[in-house]
Design a protein around this ligand. Structure first.
Ligand code: CAA
Length: 259
């Protein structure tokens, strides 16, 4: 892979979009490499978290690649959006937790990539925005859908229609990012959060993620029914027995097997 780097830190993988000459902009080749990387991650048995970040200190991902899109036809534009849809949905549906470590510009497709992750941690220099309408298009890698779900319909419309860029603090205030940390501490903060998540039971986390993700797209009653089903499934796991026994035995140490 040329534009995607994968590194492992214990039970955490760090996926870096690394295309410095274009501030990590996503062209089709990079999206296909990302799919390849996701296939590798899906095969990892002991993985608990994936941190997604951008190479260098200036940019997370500066959007879809404008030089590739400039001469693209309508069917080609649609194909590109469908490629990103497939890739980002796969990321979103991973059973492990994904954290976007936003280390600079997260514009257009970059903001959309961050939103496909479960949690977003931003460095103080991060800048978010959906500038697509200023380019004569609209967000096409999930922005109209995921931004509205994260910050609400009104704010999503304002940000998309005005193309306004916002800084990390504002992104945090409106709920687009979970927390803001100094730039030099970004990766460490994400790794610390990954470690915290790693102390929870893998299947508990995976079922909770599934319930939250799917629940937001259905009515409350169906969501509660799905939660009850997953709650029942969790009772069939070894880790439910271990977690509860450890509590009753007043043990701090828990030995979750992921089963
Ligand atoms: N596509 C292609 N190339 C890009 C790019 C992008 N999205 N963003 C940056 N680059 C390239 C620049 O063309 C430049 O290349 P050259 O050195 O060959 O000229 C290089 O990266 C460095 O960029 P700048 O010189 O512009 O750096 P800067 O510090 O002055 O500005 C920036 C940084 C504000 C991020 C600016 O590069 C910028 O505005 N980029 C475009 C952001 C954007 O509009 N993103 C949305 C794209 S559309 C989209 O994403 C659709 C969708 O929904 C999926």
């Amino acid at each position: 892979m040329e534009n995607i780097r994968l590194e492992y830190r214990g039970e955490t993988a760090v996926l870096t979009v690394d295309r410095p000459k274009a501030l990590n902009a996503l062209n089709s080749a990079t999206l296909r490499e990302m799919e390849e990387a996701l296939s590798l991650l899906e095969e990892q048995k002991d993985l608990r978290t994936v941190i997604v970040t951008g190479g260098g200190e200036k940019s997370f991902v500066a959007g879809a690649d404008i030089s590739e899109m400039v001469n693209a036809s309508a069917p080609e534009g649609r194909e590109m959006a469908l490629l990103a849809k497939r890739c980002f949905e796969r990321l979103e549906q991973m059973p492990v937790v994904t954290i976007a470590a936003v280390n600079g510009y997260a514009l257009g497709g970059g903001c959309e990539l961050a939103m496909a992750c479960d949690i977003r941690v931003a460095a103080e220099n991060a800048i978010f925005g959906q500038p697509e309408c200023g380019l004569g298009i609209l967000p096409g890698f999930g922005g109209t859908q995921r931004l509205a779900r994260l910050v609400g319909k009104g704010l999503a419309k304002e940000l998309i229609f005005t193309c306004r860029r916002i800084d990390a603090q504002e992104a945090c205030r409106i709920g687009l990012v979970n927390q803001v940390v100094p730039q030099t501490e970004l990766l460490e903060s994400c790794l610390a959060m990954a470690e915290e998540i790693g102390r929870s039971a893998p299947l508990g986390v995976a079922y909770a993620k599934q319930a939250i993700n799917a629940g937001l797209d259905i009515d409350l009653d169906s969501g509660l029914q799905m939660e009850a089903n997953l709650f029942g499934l969790a009772f069939a796991t070894q880790d439910k027995h271990e977690g509860m026994t450890a509590f009753l035995e007043k043990r701090k140490e828990k030995h979750f097997s992921g089963q």
